[in-house]
Design a protein around this ligand. Sequence first.
Ligand code: ZN
Length: 677
Amino acid sequence: MKNIKKIICLLLASIMIFAVGCKTPDSPSSEQPGDNNGGGSNVDSPVNPVKPNSFGEVKGEKHDYKITETGKYIINAGRTDYKILIPKGMAENEYIASAVSDLKLMFSEAADVELEVVEDDGQLTGKYLAVHSTSLCSAESIGATSEKLGRGGFRIVTKGDNVIMCGATPESSMYAAYEFLHQALGFDLLYTDYYVLDKNVTDLKLMNYDVTDIPDFEYRIQSTGWIRYNDQNVKRMKWTNEEWIIPADESAGNWHNTFIYLPPATYKVSRPEWYSEPRGDQLCYTAHGNEDLRAEMIEIVSARIIELFSMEKYKNYNHISVSIEDNQNCCICETCSAAKQKYGADSAVIILFLNEVASIVEEWMNTDAGAQYKRDFRILFFAYHATNAAPVVYDETTKEYKPSAPEVVCHPNVAVYFAETNGDYTQNFHDEGTANTQVGKNMKGWGALSNEIYFWSYSTNFSYFLTPYNSFDTVQDILKFAKNEDTMFIMIQDQWIQPGGQTGFGVYKNWLHSKLEWDVNANVSELEDYFFDNYFLEASDTMHQLFNEYRAWARYQTDSLGYKGFRSVYYGAIKEALWPQRMLERWISLTDKARKEIEIYKQSNPELYRKLDKHIAMESIAFRYLLVSLYSSKYEPTYLNSVKQTFANDAMNAGLTLVSSMNSQTIEKLLSQWGVM
Ligand SMILES: [Zn+2]
């Protein structure tokens, strides 16, 4: 956020000029119902709209870096004696293989040295960069155990002349290798095939590493296409492997899967009591008060979970969900209503139901038949829409939430998956008077019932993928809030089906998420400067200026132009008032300026030039899209066509294909509507 305050006054002065200069007739195609903000004319007296983050430092996990000099070298005068050491028989392991291949690649690119790889045979005499637990140094001896580090934590330790990179699992040992590459050679992946790395290294000091780093969220699931569809990006950015939850149908039924366990097509006629009133679009977890029928439901669900946990292909999975269907409803039958009355929330009946399921599964794991499948499992359910609120009471004296009854505390193997698209991710979770105020209170309530919280957050406008969504101001606060409530799993849903990349600074946004999910207290200003300087190089200042202007304006959009509130992630964002014409023109011109600034690489480094040009072009896509969508009638056909054509070329080059989260709304279709292609 460097310089953001400095530019506010200038920017707001400019915006007032834009607004005065752009009073235009309403464009019928761009108006949303209820919108009468025509032309951005209500910006007469703006005040500084940028609020500082207000949630202070929260208690995170250990990020302890003690690094001192040894006086020795890994690379000296362009030569190295070091080899990569891995455990015997693990060369094919996907995480070890990734660590090895990138250690080799980065040392080769940065210092032009080739590192030999040896498998541990117990006969070690050289100097090593050791990945994972080996006879040189066991994981236990340096405290790299799951008890101490969890699933994702790691140690980097110097022992004699050797560097040990080790976690409790191959995956976390790989994280250690990427962190070592960051410390030693400046490695950091910013975007597909684009990473920061030191160059022309002839001497690399051997440092005395004593590093313990544990991610603040044990599970960090990425959710944007450019990362998700690229396994190398997932690994290099230290995201958690996505294969962690068993689909109830062995295919894609991870979520909203209650009807997979108890399909209405099979049971609705014979067991109408199992389905909700009035619409039958959810389960009735009380079976309308019929205990025998309820027991039968519990038996079917637990039998299926036991069956899945017994399958060889899921032997490494600990998680499964029994999660409500994707609508805003829940059962309002007499028994469910009475339970809501008694416990204070619609979610109580789900906890009571799943606590019984979990007990059955747990008992089975303690039998001879189940012993071989025993694991520390979790059954997850959604706190989503009708079930977002927890059955708790607020104690005014202690200012804390307490269970409304002992039986609604989650079984140790049952945990809440907190997700609320009705929230507003342009706002934090702790301020009063926003659409998130209640969402934040609900999360605190769940903190009193569930040992761990699984948290599904949001960070894009799902109706308009090609426009920016301002979650930049709030994401750190929301993550800190979640960390305070013992959240151990986080997924921030972004443009998960948009392949290639993202406009609206979505590449930066998702890179930032990777850093904050590891360390919620990280310094965002420093991260932002680092990203812009390295991702845009010579165009950094110009692109940073564009980003800062957008951020200041976006805060004004939320505070004064109504881009906020209930379900802002679906907000009808194509409105003239939100995007004044001259402002879009200015922002496009800034991207044009930035594209000129990187032309110095056109001859000297054409590959780098192409990458940088793509980075800048990707950001121009949003503003060209808005200009054409809102102001087509204001331009000569020749100019308009050139804007559309540039948009088309840039979108194709960046690999973007979708206009929204609906698979049918493709850029190809948009271009044909625009008369291009
Ligand atoms: Zn019911």
